[in-house]
Design a protein. Structure first.
Length: 636
């Protein structure tokens, strides 16, 4: 067994972090209970019928907690009516009131439903992006003010038997926290701990804690740091996991699975929400599929203890030796696989980012173009783009020796022949390879495992390399027999995401019975979600709720249609002002609802255009991008 690590039970054997049980109505969270799935309505909470009908659709899909926004007293009071109607129709699923700026709404909700969610960043604090130089005395005075404002809700929840989620959002950290801790995971954890301490001071413990962010690295690091901090202080409150503003479609699924999956891989998490810019009932099956990956516990226990103390709370890319375009300061590379094709023709390359113009007699290369193509024992008799390299099985490669091809060798083949040029070495982690005997000169390791739980095996290999100061680049190869594309997206993102978040891996290679174009998109999507290779526009898009002031799905589609060619640009699309201004700090441009039919446009965290008519706002956003020199014309 390895030494005990603060943020998880064991780095090399997955076991669930044991939390205390918190009862939310009929649904207990934490302890030995299964991981719960929740979502949030997108209806106006004053629309009783609409909220009831949508809640029922969510519950019928498998939602175990339904959250509704309560931005003011009137919405909080209407929760009584919604709850009564749901019970009348035979639905007793717990309801959660989402509270941000209105403590009096929270106090009303605590008397009516099973749980209240408060955001420490704006429940009793403010966010105007002001830097304030606090003394110890002035900072303590602010903490005293917050305690005075928050304590009535704590006492009321305790009296009513209502649970509470203390939900920190990266996008809404207060000016006070930002001034002292910066825009960091440490700031997120401290923000939550201040509120937790007030609860504990009043002997109130029906708490669930969350650390949400749209940046998967920040999100994962914040949860890990939270668990370590709780353990050090003798706490074990349940965790609600989620990547906020994950977006829609493939991107939203990949990003959610990278963040949530990375934590589940280490046994963290008691309830989850997959936040998609789609109707909430569609979030539930996605969450269910992701959780299926963690239904079984491996019987294979790794008896391994590492001498290396990695920093799991900050991003540190593993230092590797550069070989061609792999390792060193190069971005992570992507592999395509044509080895199962009966015959390889030029059009096969169209599926992973290349197209050929007969008129110009040249190849066109997209931003999401694979770097290496594995062709096994096949050969190619046509000219290929100069930016791509081939990989062949060793014996085939030896016969043909084309200058743009490199061999894939077993350890035995390499030991017998030792190619002089770059070689790719297959490393089967299931065979417990002796890392000290692996070749280290002019090679790249292709690591793979057939185990369902790959994380701990890959992590063990990472530690073994570090102990030997082995700087050979590593490609993570993931093999699946999954015919459901959505399931594949979730599983691969979880399996690979945690390692790229931790700075391990110089490339990715995914095989599955799926079209090449989908595998290529998935590979680049994982690298984008972990911010290890930016190949397209990133949309930080909230999942919509009753506060949303415009049609979020339709608007996101319009903005995506106009801007999807702007590689590397981050655009925030926020339905209201709760997280909008904060998320703009992590985006280049922002589109935020500020009133019915009115939009504020941001350049990073600064509002540059206010109250733009919704009918003109997308054009105004494009103009803003142009004015700042970030616009390029799309290739038609």
């Amino acid at each position: 067994m390895s030494e005990k690590i603060h943020f998880c039970n064991d780095l090399f054997n997955r076991g669930r972090f044991e939390t205390c049980e918190v009862k939310v109505g009929i649904t207990p969270i934490g302890g030995s209970n299964p991981i719960r799935i929740q979502s949030m309505t997108t209806t106006d909470t004053m629309d009783t019928q609409g909220s009831v009908e949508q809640s029922i659709r969510m519950i019928d899909a498998g939602c175990e907690l339904v959250r509704l926004t309560a931005p003011s007293k009137k919405e909080a009071e209407n929760l009584r009516v919604i709850k009564k109607e749901l019970v009348k129709r035979g639905y007793n699923t717990p309801l959660v009131a989402d509270i941000h700026f209105t403590p009096n709404a929270a106090e009303i909700a605590a008397k009516l439903i099973e749980k209240v969610r408060v955001n420490p960043g704006n429940y009793a604090d403010k966010k105007k992006f002001e830097e304030i130089d606090y003394t110890e005395e002035s900072y303590q005075a602010e903490l005293d003010r917050i305690e005075e404002k928050f304590t009535p809700l704590v006492l009321l929840c305790k009296e009513q038997g209502a649970a509470m989620r203390i939900g920190t959002n990266h996008g809404s950290l207060s000016d006070r926290i930002l001034s002292r801790y910066g825009d960091t995971p440490e700031g997120m954890v401290q923000s939550a701990m201040e509120f937790i301490h007030i609860c504990r001071k009043n002997d109130y413990h029906d708490l669930v804690i969350s650390m949400k962010a749209s940046n998967t690295l920040v999100m994962v690091q914040a949860y890990r740091l939270l668990v370590q901090t709780m353990k050090e202080q003798g706490m074990n409150y349940p965790l609600h996991l989620g990547v906020t503003e994950a977006g829609d479609g493939e991107d939203g699924r990949i990003k959610s699975a990278v963040g949530i999956g990375a934590l589940l891989e280490d046994g963290l998490g008691d309830t989850i929400r997959v936040s998609l810019t789609e109707d909430p009932e569609f979030e539930i099956p996605v969450a269910q599929k992701l959780l299926q990956k963690f239904d079984t516990i491996s019987n294979k226990e790794l008896n391994f203890s590492s001498k290396i103390n990695f920093d799991f709370f900050h991003y540190n890319k593993r230092i590797t030796n550069p070989l061609l375009n792999i390792g060193g300061s190069n971005t992570s590379i992507v592999f395509a696989d044509l080895s199962k094709k009966k015959e390889i023709v030029s059009t096969n390359f169209f599926g992973f980012g290349y197209s050929y113009s007969e008129q110009l007699d040249k190849w066109n290369i997209a931003d999401q173009a694979a770097d290496y193509v594995y062709i096994g024992d096949k050969t190619i008799d046509f000219e290929i783009p100069g930016t791509i390299r081939l990989i062949q099985n060793y014996e085939t490669w030896k016969k043909h020796q084309r200058p743009d091809a490199y061999p894939l060798c077993s350890l035995q083949e390499y030991a017998q022949n030792k190619p002089e040029e770059l070689a790719f070495i297959q490393v089967d982690l299931d065979q417990n390879p002796d890392v000290s005997k692996l070749p280290t000169s002019n090679v790249v390791y292709i690591i793979e495992s057939q185990e369902q739980q790959k994380t701990q095996l890959i992590r063990k290999f990472q530690h073994e390399l570090a102990e030997l100061n082995n700087k050979v680049p590593v490609i993570i190869k993931l093999n699946y027999e999954i015919s459901d594309l959505e399931k594949l997206q979730l599983y691969a993102s979880s399996d690979a995401g945690i390692h790229f978040v931790d700075g391990f891996g110089d490339g990715i290679w995914i095989t599955a019975p799926q079209p090449i174009v989908d595998l290529n998109s998935l590979s680049f999507g994982i690298l984008q979600a972990t911010r290890t290779r930016i190949s397209k526009t990133e949309y930080i898009s909230c999942p919509s709720c009753g506060r949303t002031l415009f049609d979020l799905q339709e608007t996101t589609a319009k903005i995506r249609e106009r801007t999807s060619h702007l590689k590397g640009l981050k655009i925030g699309i926020m339905g209201c002002i709760v997280n909008g201004p904060g998320e703009m700090a992590d985006a280049d441009y922002g589109y935020v609802g500020t009133g019915p039919g009115k939009i504020n446009l941001y350049k990073e965290k600064t509002v540059v255009k206010k109250n733009v008519s919704e009918s003109e706002a997308v054009d105004a956003l494009i103009d803003l991008i142009r004015e700042n020199g970030d616009w390029i014309e799309p290739n038609n």
